[in-house]
Design a protein around this ligand. Structure first.
Ligand code: NAI
Length: 418
């Protein structure tokens, strides 16, 4: 096998141990893997997956391969790859093209290598694979049976493609499954973002003023975890209803510019661009830390910060110190890339268990439904979502009630009032 590009194959043993460790926390994935091994529902299906190369993704790739798929992987972010995991996957016989810290040219070259696999199924986290296929290899896009998309930003891009008639095959929005965004976006991003900022800076959260920009599922998770660590949390939003929710959840809400007067740590997680902009940097206090956990590194306007800076230096791994007018220091973490994956290990495996169970089952569904779905973005079928929830509960030894016949009838009726 020579169709791979990883940092160092000597890291494989370390990666294999970590993949096994994560696998222990992924029982739902394990059950699907066992069934896939028996039934081989993906026999001979070529899959190209553009995902964060982490221990959890490795477990997903092994499950797909167990189902008979011919899988290749590339990274969905230049800074999120775990080089030991990439090496281990190559040793498992799964080609990976991804190196942590790769430049943009290498990042897109690796995506191109994944496209040269001529996928029948694409798997994306951010839609870079789908958009590159459509932009540069449109002919190949007609061979693709379907795709899956892992994250909010990718789903937004795909809906824009479908809306303008530019999507050539069906894609299932895995992000929108309840067993995905209720847990992965909230608890996964919440915990791992705090972890990433902590590992990069070793700050004490207790007593610190933390500004969370965006109160979607990820923002709710980050705000609650920061508060749980003793931070004073300010939320900024552009959606009036979510701003209200933040207020009633107990946070202070104000315009970001005002929050700059007191914020000590700023975390963007909006899926939007230039949320932290020139005017904000100019108003920040000395020592402000800025980090992003949204998908792309455009939420913090780094060119504006560069332009304002009188000098800059790297003071720790993942920490860049910018000195702007008046001697104010601003600390940018992880080059503005998703900090939970840049400086920490991403989401805990237990939560990715559900996200990736959805991925595996949606890939299977796309293969079964070959040719029956139109060129659109589809929700995760409800039976898959519920099945993943049930299996996760079972794996936690939890049992819940079910509706009685009388209750089902009542809930399905309209006649009875009092
Ligand atoms: P969401 O759509 O639930 O929430 C985003 C929120 O940001 C919305 O409420 C929106 O009103 C708000 N917003 C937009 N522009 C804003 C602005 N200028 N100022 C303040 N608020 C603004 O999305 P979700 O699921 O929370 O995802 C957010 C981002 O995080 C996306 O880019 C997503 O792909 C990414 N993500 C990152 C993960 C990670 O591992 N770091 C995991 C999951 C998602």
């Amino acid at each position: 096998m020579d169709n791979y590009d990883v940092r160092d194959l000597a890291l494989a043993e370390e990666g294999r141990l970590r993949i096994e460790w994560a696998g222990r926390e992924m029982p739902v994935n394990g059950l699907i893997k066992e069934r896939f091994a028996r039934e081989k529902p993906l026999e001979g299906v070529r899959i190209s997956a553009c995902l964060h190369i982490t221990t959890e993704t490795a477990n997903l790739a092994l499950t797909l391969r167990e189902g008979g798929a011919d899988v290749v992987l590339c990274a969905s972010n230049p800074l999120s790859t775990q080089d030991d995991v990439a090496a281990a996957l190559v040793e498992y016989g799964i080609p990976v093209n991804a190196i942590k810290g790769e430049d943009d040219g290498t990042y897109y070259r690796h995506i191109t290598t994944a496209i040269e696999h001529r996928p029948q199924i694409t798997m994306d986290d951010g839609a870079d694979l789908v958009s590159t296929i459509h932009k540069k290899y449109a002919d190949l896009s007609h061979e693709v049976v379907g795709g899956t998309e892992e994250t909010t930003t990718g789903v937004i891009r795909l809906r824009n493609m479908a809306g303008s008639g530019n999507l050539n095959y069906p894609v299932i929005a895995v992000n929108d499954a309840r067993t995905k965004h209720f847990f992965d976006n909230r608890y996964g991003t919440g915990q791992s973002t705090i972890d990433g900022v902590t590992r990069a800076t070793n700050i004490l959260w207790a007593g610190r003023t933390v500004v969370v920009c965006g109160y979607g599922f990820c923002g709710k998770g980050i705000a609650s975890r920061a508060q749980g660590m003793g931070a004073h949390v300010i939320v900024t939003e552009v959606d009036p209803i979510l701003a209200l929710e933040a207020v009633m959840d107990g946070y202070r809400v104000m315009p970001l510019l005002e929050a700059c007067d007191e914020g000590q740590v700023f975390i963007t997680v909006t899926g939007d661009k230039s949320v932290l902009d020139r005017a904000h940097f100019m108003r920040m206090r000395d020592g402000a830390i800025v980090a992003n956990s949204g998908h792309f590194n455009v939420e913090i306007n780094i060119p504006a910060l560069e332009d304002l800076a009188k000098s800059k230096r790297k003071v720790r791994p993942f920490v860049e110190e910018y000195t702007i007018a008046g001697g104010v220091h601003i600390y940018l973490l992880g080059e503005g890339r998703l900090i939970n994956l840049a400086a920490a290990e991403g989401h805990p495996a237990s939560v990715m268990d559900m996200s990736f169970a959805n991925q595996a089952l949606c890939v299977e569904r796309l293969v079964v439904a070959k040719g029956e779905m139109g060129r659109d973005v589809y929700p995760v079928p409800d039976d898959i979502d519920r099945e993943v929830g049930k299996l996760k509960l079972t794996s936690m030894n939890l049992v819940i009630d079910s509706l009685t016949e009388e209750q089902e009838e009542y809930l399905g009726s309209w006649e009875s009032g009092t």
